[in-house]
Structures are given as C-alpha cells and as structure tokens.
Design a protein around this ligand. Structure first.
Ligand code: RB5
Length: 145
C-alpha cells in the first residue's frame, strides 16, 4: 500500500522508525512530515496527509505528534478523512473494523515505539466490517456538507 506519513518536531525519530517498519512490511511510504527538530505547527502536517489520503495519492495515512491529538484534529478537517488517535492495538483494530479509519494517529510522548508498531500493525491487518458501520460513517460524512 501507499502510506502517507506526517509528523511535527516532537516525532522526527519516531517517524523514521515507523517508516522503516512499514517499508520492511513492503509498503511505499510518502513522507509529508518535518525532518527537523525545529518547533513547527502540527496542523500543517495533518492537513498534508489528510489531503494526500482524500485525493487518493495515498491509500491511508499515519500521523504522529506529541499526543497524536492536534495533528489528527487538523486531518479530520479534510473532507473524507477519518483520523483516529489510538494508544493501544485494540482501539486500532476496532477503528478499522467499525470506523474504517483512513488515518491512524498516535503520540510520540504517549506511547513507546514498540507499542506504536503494534498499533499500526493492528490497524493495517484489520478489515472494515461494513453493514451498519457504513451507515454510521455515511452519517458522519453527511455532517461535512
Ligand atoms: C508540540 O509541542 C505539541 O503541542 C504537539 O506535538 C501535539 O502534542 C499537539 O497536539
């Protein structure tokens, strides 16, 4: 899969580790994040990854900031995006199965790198269940109109 990745200054090393992890799994990773530790605005990177996923440039996205919250809030302002912040793999699995989250986010200051890999793996390896969950997602996107 083509996976867009984005991060702010708090997650540069994290982004590199997750990128290598995803590439080892055979994915193509497109980097939209900052590569310096200079303080920046996470919202810019959330927007970039959101737009890459919404436009089809990427199949899905991974976002990392200090908490995962700010960067996911920005991504969720892009039409068609369902970005979910997760701190453990059960929520990561369920947000694919029930919410069909097209972006997963987590906090470099919240979860360790091995937990982050487990979160990404649980999300990538799960499948959307459709049915009643699709109706609920349709409702969410009707709010965008
Ligand atoms: C940056 O200091 C921090 O605010 C940011 O990484 C993120 O945690 C915001 O939600």
């Amino acid at each position: 899969m083509k996976i867009a990745i984005g991060n702010d200054h708090s997650a540069v090393e994290y982004k590199k580790e997750i990128t290598a992890f995803l590439e080892e799994k055979g994915h193509e990773v497109i980097n939209f994040g900052t590569d310096t530790n200079v303080s920046c605005n996470y919202a810019e990177y959330g927007q970039k990854v959101g737009e890459a996923v919404a436009s089809g440039q990427a199949d899905c996205g991974v976002l990392i900031c200090g908490t995962g919250i700010g960067i996911s809030l920005a991504a969720n302002k892009v039409k068609g995006i369902r970005a979910a912040v997760c701190s453990e793999p059960v929520s990561a699995r369920l947000t694919k199965e029930h919410n069909n989250a097209n972006i997963i986010a987590f906090g470099a200051r919240i979860v360790g790198i091995e937990m982050a890999k487990a979160i990404v793996t649980a999300w990538l390896d799960s499948e959307f269940q459709g049915g009643r969950h699709q109706d609920r997602i349709n409702y969410i996107h009707s709010i965008e109109k």
